[in-house]
Design a binder for this molecule. Sequence first.
Ligand SMILES: Cc1cc2nc3c(=O)[nH]c(=O)nc-3n(C[C@H](O)[C@H](O)[C@H](O)COP(=O)(O)OP(=O)(O)OC[C@H]3O[C@@H](n4cnc5c(N)ncnc54)[C@H](O)[C@@H]3O)c2cc1C
Length: 301
Amino acid sequence: MITDEFIKSIQSESVIIKRDEPMYLHTSFRIGGNAECFCEVRSIDALRNVVSACKGFGVPYFVIGLGSNLLVSDEGIGGVVIKLGGDFDEVEVTDNNTLRCGAGISLAGVCICAKNNNLGGMEFAWGIPGSMGGAVYMNAGAYGGEMKDIVVSSRYLDGDGNIREISGEEHKFSYRNSFYTDKDCIILDVTLKLNPKNKNEIFYLMQDTMERRKAKQPLNRPSAGSVFKRPEGYYAAALIEQCGLKGLSVGDAQVSEKHSGFIVNNGSASAKDVLELIEKVKNVVREKTGVELQCEIKYIG
Ligand SMILES: Cc1cc2nc3c(=O)[nH]c(=O)nc-3n(C[C@H](O)[C@H](O)[C@H](O)COP(=O)(O)OP(=O)(O)OC[C@H]3O[C@@H](n4cnc5c(N)ncnc54)[C@H](O)[C@@H]3O)c2cc1C
């Protein structure tokens, strides 16, 4: 329960607080009930204070990036949803072809900065609609590249309010998984090692990546990208299509006609519709192929 006393304790010019904020405004699925308290936190000190207040008052908190891998419950989220902004939206080129990125900045912003500075290695991420924090948390990847290839270190705030740093190796990156998965840690910033490359060549690769996305993915409909992880030895989309599930719908949630690995929101899909559709898909795929699909998207609330 959020009290006025709690709100007072987190108030500062570096925290924008919204009560009962609709989460569909903060997810690429455009689905989700209200967050009891939504805080855009704009500095490390303010973040430390919000986390410490949550602990002190026994208020649960959850950090989001750009909400592009999330399905938020229709009932919303109790406690505090933290989104990083302000200082966390910055990126700077440091020496040795290295970029230091705040965890809140979009991957698109980092890709553009890398290109403008003739630094290659980020092209794979062009078109992934997430933040730097979300991408490291998920080890986001596409077209042969992944965050694992470029992260040299990151700093995070642990549950006790300490700032810690880990090296690239310590991230223990694996498929859509990292050191941060399911941990009570908030990624603050990330250092990437890129390589010198001509900006025209980078631009061409970025364009090529986007064309491939546009050709294959239903980018004209709200979604959270691929719903399922790639099962060992298979492609989730191919299994779903092979089982005749392309186009299957529950309410306004539909297995995309263009890419069977995506579920799209055709207008007013609820989280309940999406969950029901996911269950149907998992059940049929299990019965027909023996493969157990696992969700890549995170359900919260
Ligand atoms: C059209 C479309 C295409 C996509 N294509 C791809 C693709 O090609 N490859 C791919 O890998 N993904 C893809 N995705 C999925 C998604 O964009 C990625 O998983 C992305 O990395 C999620 O980042 P986010 O900032 O949106 O995180 P969110 O969805 O907001 O959060 C994801 C997880 O990260 C955690 N998190 C976020 N920020 C922080 C932080 N600062 N500290 C600690 N934890 C944090 C959240 O708690 C949550 O558990 C796609 C999605 C869409 C909609």
